[in-house]
Design a protein around this ligand. Structure first.
Ligand code: FAD
Length: 295
């Protein structure tokens, strides 16, 4: 199933994102998590691509195994980092052979230890170039459905949101089929971004990306890396938590309220950043039972 076909229909999209674990044991734990989440009948799940292209084989392997063993639709992430176009072409061929129909096409972050993204020799400097290559340069040999990333609070490297939106327009023009946002904790960022994107002529579905907080230090690290902000209401809630278990509960309550508001105000679904754990995502999804259907 190509995700764009689902998005063209009447039903909202609910999806879960995983990262490739570092150990074999971690892989088995991930499959236990997927088994728990499968009962929620997600539209699709996705597997990220490690920094520096480090998890290429594992990402493909996991996506293939998820499709085979669970029957869930699985999207592979792919980045431009450290690959020339021949390597990207070979990866696309492997993805096609594995039966993958959906790719989240990204530029990727600069490899660890470096602060600036450097275009690989004979490679791609922006996600829009990767998307254009998959659509045209590679010969359109396989009709992949392509997702692209977008940033309600602006991308960290871009001087302002207006420029970032112009760059996003190029990504859409290159052939993206749908967009998924970076995590955010204030829904006004999402709705303001969607308004600005529509005004700029972007008509694609923009799926909000939500991460239920499970650990304060971790969320501070993530937000400082990706440029998202922690609003005062969430900060106060977390400050009042006496222990780690209370943080998880607060994270569930906050994310559930965020999702309810997003769906009530017309969001086309939710993409959950699960961090390979099921507890918070299951709890939030269960709280949405009444508002999950329809568009
Ligand atoms: P781009 O769209 O290429 O944008 C990167 C920067 O370049 C932006 O500042 C943009 O404004 C600017 N820009 C774009 N085009 C131009 C142009 N023509 N001229 C000048 N400037 C331009 N990272 C991973 O490593 N693996 C993953 O699996 C992964 N999955 C992700 C999934 C989602 C949904 C999201 C939101 C992010 C994900 N990331 C992942 C993080 C992502 O790789 C980083 O945010 C990265 O810094 C930017 O990737 P991009 O595809 O958005 O890049």
């Amino acid at each position: 199933m190509r995700i764009r076909d689902h998005l063209a229909g009447e039903r909202r999209s609910f999806s879960f994102e995983f990262f490739p674990p570092k150990s074999r044991q971690g892989v088995e734990t991930l499959f236990a998590t997927i088994a728990e989440l499968q009962a929620l009948a997600p539209t699709f799940v996705s597997v990220t691509y490690g920094a520096g292209g480090s998890t290429r084989d594992l990402t493909i392997e996991l996506v293939g195994r998820i499709k085979r063993e669970t029957g869930l639709e699985a999207m592979a992430h792919l980045t431009c980092v450290g690959h020339d176009r021949d390597e990207i072409g070979a990866t696309l061929a492997r993805l096609a052979e594995t039966g993958v129909e959906n790719i989240m096409a990204l530029r990727g972050d600069p490899p660890r230890g470096t602060s600036e993204f450097v275009r690989p020799a004979n490679g791609f400097g922006f996600a829009s170039e990767l998307i254009a290559y998959i659509r045209d340069g590679w010969g359109g040999r396989h009709d992949f459905c392509l997702g692209g990333a977008c940033y309600p609070e602006g991308h960290t490297e871009c001087p302002n949101k207006e420029q970032d939106l112009r760059n996003l327009t190029a990504k859409v023009a290159a052939g993206a089929d749908f967009l998924v946002t970076q995590l955010f904790f204030d829904n006004e960022h999402y709705f303001d971004f969607v308004r600005r994107a529509r005004a700029a002529g972007i008509t694609l579905t923009i799926i909000p990306g939500i991460m239920p907080v499970t650990n304060v230090a971790q969320i501070e690290r993530f937000t400082s890396m990706c440029g998202a902000t922690i609003p005062a209401a969430l900060r106060d809630l977390l400050d009042r938590c006496p222990d780690d278990a209370a943080v998880v509960e607060a994270g569930i309550a906050y994310a559930a309220e965020q999702c309810r508001d997003l769906l009530a105000r017309g969001a086309p679904g939710i993409h959950f950043y699960t961090l390979n754990r099921s507890t918070s995502t299951v709890a939030v999804m269960r709280s949405l039972t009444e508002v999950r259907s329809g568009k």
